[in-house]
Design a protein around this ligand. Structure first.
Ligand SMILES: CC(C)(COP(=O)(O)OP(=O)(O)OC[C@H]1O[C@@H](n2cnc3c(N)ncnc32)[C@H](O)[C@@H]1OP(=O)(O)O)[C@@H](O)C(=O)NCCC(=O)NCCS
Length: 203
């Protein structure tokens, strides 16, 4: 049962996909892999974090400390990464809310970051979908009280159009909440209630 050794478990989805930019570059097909993060990924995750997010912008060591804290919070917090030809191109961090045995589990996409040189290639939507599938499977094994759905939520800056564009496609219930948490930047919450098919079990 893999949650016993969570950080050692390496999930690899070798999509065997044609890397969309390969054609444009006239180069060979690239390999895209999505998997759970391992400790050795943390510096690369931090490098992306410090480049694309404001929280630890241009402070690599601080970003490393932050992502390391979350990494060690597994399974409360779960990191996934996407590699392109062996280079870590992006990551996503998901947080389980409100306990592990909720009848209505809620998992938040806390962060998704794609390195600048890999943005605009559709990596984030693919990574999100794979993560959601994997988290649903993980939740089904961990939680014997799920009633019918796993609910995914994400908060995004309302005017981060690139992110909101991706979220709107993946979080199909649409915008379900608003807040202003960081300064005066408006944020929107999008949601997806994903149905879960469960085996018949004793009451
Ligand atoms: C937002 C983000 C995760 C999207 O990932 P991605 O892999 O680039 O996603 P996509 O390739 O599907 O692009 C999403 C949209 O952004 C646009 N886009 C992405 N990168 C772009 C760039 N560098 N310049 C202009 N447009 C860009 C795409 O054209 C697409 O627009 P469309 O939906 O209207 O076609 C990524 O751009 C990123 O890491 N941004 C910085 C961090 C961030 O804002 N994270 C989200 C908040 S947690």
């Amino acid at each position: 049962m893999y949650w016993i050794f969570p950080q050692l478990e390496l999930y690899t989805w070798d999509l065997g996909l044609m890397y969309r930019r390969s054609a444009a570059k006239g180069s060979k097909m690239a390999q895209i892999k999505m998997r759970r993060a391992v400790e050795a990924d943390l510096r690369s995750i931090a490098a992306i974090n410090t480049a694309v997010f404001l929280g630890d912008r241009d402070r690599l060591e601080s970003a490393l400390e932050w992502v390391t804290c979350w990494f060690h919070a597994y399974p409360l917090y779960q990191y996934f990464v996407v590699e392109v030809d062996g280079t870590l191109a992006g990551y996503a961090g998901w947080q389980v809310h409100g306990g592990f045995k909720r009848a209505e589990p809620v998992v938040e996409l806390d962060q998704i970051g794609i390195a600048r040189e890999y943005q605009g290639l559709g990596l984030a939507p693919d990574l999100m979908r794979k993560c959601m599938r994997e988290i649903v499977e993980w939740t089904k094994q961990k939680n014997d009280r799920i009633e019918s759905h796993v609910t995914f939520v994400v908060w995004g800056y309302t005017f981060n159009f690139n992110a909101l564009s991706v979220y709107a496609k993946q979080f199909g219930d649409g915008v379900c909440g608003f807040r202003t948490q960081f300064g005066s930047r408006a944020e929107s919450m999008l949601r997806l209630r994903m149905p879960v098919i469960l085996p018949v079990r004793d009451a």
